[in-house]
Design a protein around this ligand. Sequence first.
Ligand code: BV8
Length: 235
Amino acid sequence: MPMPPSGSIVLLTGAGISAESGVRTFRDAGGLWEGHRLEEVATPEGFAANPGLVQTFYNARRAQLKEVQPNAAHAALARLEAEWPGRVLLVTQNVDDLHDRAGSRNLIHMHGELRKARCTNCQTIHPWEGALTEATPCPRCERKARLRPHIVWFGEMPLEMPRIFEALEGADLFAAIGTSGVVYPAAGFVEAVGPTCHTVELNLEPSAVISAFKEHRQGKATELVPAFVDALLAQ
Ligand code: BV8
């Protein structure tokens, strides 16, 4: 892999890295999550129309986090961050906490996190483990019916975009892992790196943007990612 020995690495992960931990991917559900259409459960309009349905949908996914564990791919990326002499930034589209639990620290959840709630009255973001209901008061401003999942829905601006694009511009290596390349702006990140940056896609299937990558490796994340990290750390 052509890159300087302490170069800057930017990683992008999607649902595919958590698939082998038992977290359903977005595409496997065929765009239907637990039988719900995207528009119903992952848009601000859906939340406004039926907040109870959306809170129940996210409460179930938040509860599932207690039943799943990080896998060897999550662990390998945490090891890369700990042992690589240069900068490593991990940007994840995933709202699960598996990268956090695997030990990744320089981590951006660009689509938000299941284990956080945001008050639409005072904008405070709270760590949140249990269920959210319309009756739950905001711990800070005490207003009821104003807490929502701290999740970026379709039509909403993903988080920390300036920081992500700054890292992409200076990257010597960009790797996209387990993402279908359908959802923007994440799918466009590979186009935002400089001309000398090496780009590689690691995926079970070719993504929608595979042609934009200089290299691609096909297989399961728990096999590809540890080998990818071993090769980087051995150079
Ligand atoms: C925005 C939180 C602008 C919710 C999510 C038309 C064209 C282009 C773009 C658009 C368009 N119409 C609308 C848009 C914009 C829209 C978009 O891209 N829509 C798509 C559907 C066309 N994007 C947005 O709305 C974004 N915001 O654009 O804002 C703006 C500008 C100004 C001001 C305000 C706003 C916001 C997008 C964020 C939406 N929220 N998540 C939740 O999770 O509940 S996105 C959702 O899709 C998931 O979070 C998921 O992370 C994400 C992407 O999916 P993937 O992670 O890639 O997962 P997927 O299942 O698709 O693929 C899995 C992959 O893993 C596959 O490739 C598979 O092969 C692989 N795999 C499976 N198993 C394994 C594996 N790989 C390795 N090993 C395995 N074992």
